[in-house]
Design a protein around this ligand. Sequence first.
Ligand code: NAP
Length: 292
Amino acid sequence: MILIDGKRISQEIKEELKGAVLQRKAEGRKIPHLAAVLVGNDGASMTYVSNKVKACEEIGFESTLIRYDDSVPEEILLAKVQALNEDRSIDGFIVQLPLPKHIDELKITQAIDPLKDVDGFHPRNLGNMVVNLPGFLPATPAGVLELIQRMDIATEGKNCVIIGRSNIVGMPLSIMLGRNTKPGNCTVTLAHSKTENLAEVCRNADILIAAIGQPGFVTQDMVKEGAVVIDVGTTRVEDPSRMKGWRLAGDVAFDEVSKKASMLSPVPGGVGPMTIASLMLNTLKAMDLKGK
Ligand code: NAP
């Protein structure tokens, strides 16, 4: 079994981006600037955002972190989004999800200027993705595609089963892998909680991607011998043996599935670091799209 080492591949991408920053500096051009808006004190969201800021520092991008209390009114957040849309020094920004219940996530997502929407969640960017027009691909699915490309995984004509159909992972990934592109040209099945005979559907997959958020859900009996298995799931589970009291767990039962899969991505160290790398690639692209 070959490990799909997202940590190593994301490091390669960061090195490439460092080179792009140095070149921009040498040419006297603007350095990419990413802003992140974080609402509340959710541990996972705080970790994700701080990792994104750290990645900017490592690459040499500028970054700005904007924090609000859990109780921030929706109008204040919408006004900040508008201000970031108009701020010429900011090339791209994200509003970390999930947001507190009193804030309409879709309203916030739709308020972001599509040309600064480096998370790729705006309906216009999702639409551009469907018809293959330039725009931002959502960061996690784009990270999965980058893994597939850099691991030289054949996709054309392959059966790909994706479990989970969220707007940010499964649904866009199903479209991206079904397009007439490289990677792409898969025959895609998008499975979800209403799918009948899921284990049987999964056993038909040459490429199996799990994005549901249920630790250890994909077991050996659901995997075809020699399949490529990509684990997007990232759930904090209690672990008293760790100093912090928890660890990250994927949707795939790694130990048993590793005996059957030809390639497998671990959690942590698989798709997670690739999401951040994609966000950084999108931030650089934000400048190119505007001709900066
Ligand atoms: P989500 O919005 O909660 O969606 C979960 C999807 O899984 C839904 O489509 C749901 O089906 C499906 N599902 C749930 N239980 C199922 C079951 N027993 N059988 C089949 N399908 C089932 O989740 P998400 O935001 O896409 O995230 C999924 C996982 O990926 C989470 O662990 C999340 O933390 C992780 N994630 C990781 C990254 C990263 O950077 N590594 C980024 C984003 C998300 P229904 O639609 O029928 O309800």
